[in-house]
Write a protein that binds this ligand. Structure first.
Ligand code: PMP
Length: 425
């Protein structure tokens, strides 16, 4: 049964049982309306309340400042790889357009001259910077290249170059080749496949005292809600729900309002065509989704509801909100890593100690030399003891324990005990 299992899958991840029980009831009959939550109109008042409450609870839990907008989207983390490119290239073009119009005489500027100057500036100066530290930031980088062409995309750092062609380290910030006025600087805060997490916000990307600074975008799909986030250092952060927030189906984007109207308006499709730059599908355009309070089209209110219930549970569990969860997450990961470190003859932790993820604990079972066979035995025995979902990602193999918020402290302790016992057996 559910109660016998601790599930360490990387996503979809386990959800709290009481949240699922509440959601199961809501699916049948939401608040005595006779209709389930997945049947009610997304335009109903109750749907709007669910969205607004989830937004407010997220903002409260993470301490998101008032000059940020929270939106629910539907194309997963992968959709955000594209959305971040479209929207922030659009914002960059809008800024350059305004500057060129001003340089060429303001409202009376000749339109053809403006477009010609803008085209030149795009070709000369448009750059998107990517810090590649694992499989997911690599995918985001590749999506940017696919959408824009390699000439506009700068691989500012590639962690494989300092680690024998493999992920597992984060290149020193002093070596990052950042562009001047990049349309965005992108990184993945926690690499789910490779078990690499940024220990803290990269200081080289911090805003300057006058508030200006790089346009920082972060993928927080697999560590959001597990530690404090200096939100105001980012222009955009995003995360799929299916690890720490809820079930698969919604993706959250937190966007600095200055990147939305009235401050920034996405360039017209006609202008982007003249510049040979891509036009976003309307579903990926942040200003459209934000203007409609995430209801430009039919959104799965059920998924938002589950996320909302998870947030309510977190808020009622931790008086100090995400800081409370952060302490627990740290403790759980410390327990598991300590068990692995106690047996270096049996286990090899994959990433470098300085960048180990608290969320995805990746290791190899090297005992006996025959790693693949020993790992099969490890997985079989752990599964038989109710510790499931431990198989590493298909691209890298090995063992991966995903230590998301829904894993209780006792679950981490059980795994550590198993790691210990397996080493001694
Ligand atoms: N980013 C990270 C860090 C992820 O872990 C994942 C999925 N595991 C994604 C992006 C892609 O998310 P999705 O499958 O929702 O597109």
């Amino acid at each position: 049964t559910r109660a016998d299992i601790t599930y360490f899958g990387a996503g979809p991840a386990a959800l709290p049982t009481d949240v699922l029980e509440t959601a199961a009831q809501a699916l049948l009959d939401f608040k005595g309306t006779g209709l389930g939550i997945a049947e009610h109109s997304h335009r109903s008042e109750l749907a709007t309340n669910i969205i607004n409450e989830a937004k407010a609870d997220l903002a409260s839990y993470l301490d998101i400042p008032a000059d940020y907008e929270v939106i629910f989207m539907q194309a997963g983390g992968t959709g955000e790889f594209a959305a971040s490119v479209y929207n922030l290239v659009g914002a960059w073009v809008a800024r350059q357009h305004a500057a060129i119009v001003a340089e060429l005489g303001g409202a009376s500027a000749d339109e053809a001259a403006v477009v010609a100057a803008l085209r030149e500036r795009v070709q000369k100066d448009l750059k998107l910077d990517y810090i590649v530290t694992g499989g997911w930031s690599l995918k985001a980088y590749q999506e940017a290249v696919r959408l824009l062409g390699p000439e506009y995309v700068n691989l500012a750092a590639d962690a494989r170059t300092i680690n024998d062609g493999k992920f597992g380290k984060i290149p020193d910030q002093s070596t990052w080749k950042l562009s001047k006025d990049a349309a965005l600087v992108y990184y993945c805060d926690n690499e789910t496949v490779d078990g690499v997490e940024f220990p803290e916000f990269p200081s080289v990307l911090a805003p300057r005292p006058d508030g200006t600074g790089p346009i920082v975008v972060a993928d927080m799909s697999s560590n959001i809600l597990s530690r404090r986030v200096p939100v105001s250092n980012y222009s955009l952060l995003f995360f799929g729900a299916q690890k720490n927030l809820g079930c698969t189906g919604v993706t959250v984007a937190v966007i600095k309002k200055s990147l939305l109207p009235p401050t920034t308006v996405q360039p017209s499709p006609a202008l982007m065509r003249k510049l040979a730059l891509p036009i976003p599908p309307i579903m990926l355009q942040y200003e459209i989704i934000a203007k409609n309070n995430s209801l430009y089209n039919t959104l799965s209110i059920f998924d938002v509801y589950i996320a909302g219930q998870v947030l309510k549970k977190l808020l009622s569990t931790y008086a100090d909100k995400v800081a409370g969860q952060e302490a627990v997450s740290q403790k759980k990961s410390d327990i598991i890593y300590a068990a692995l470190e106690a047996h270096p003859d049996v286990y090899r932790i994959v990433p470098d100690k300085t960048v180990r993820s608290r969320m995805n604990i990746c290791f190899r079972v090297t005992k006996n030399g025959n790693v693949d066979e020993t790992e099969k035995v490890f997985l079989k025995e752990s599964t038989s003891q109710g510790l499931t979902g431990l198989k590493g990602h298909r691209s890298v193999g090995g063992i991966r324990a995903s230590n998301y918020n829904s894993i209780p402290l006792e679950g981490a302790q059980k795994l550590a005990q198993f790691i210990e016992a397996f080493a001694k057996a």
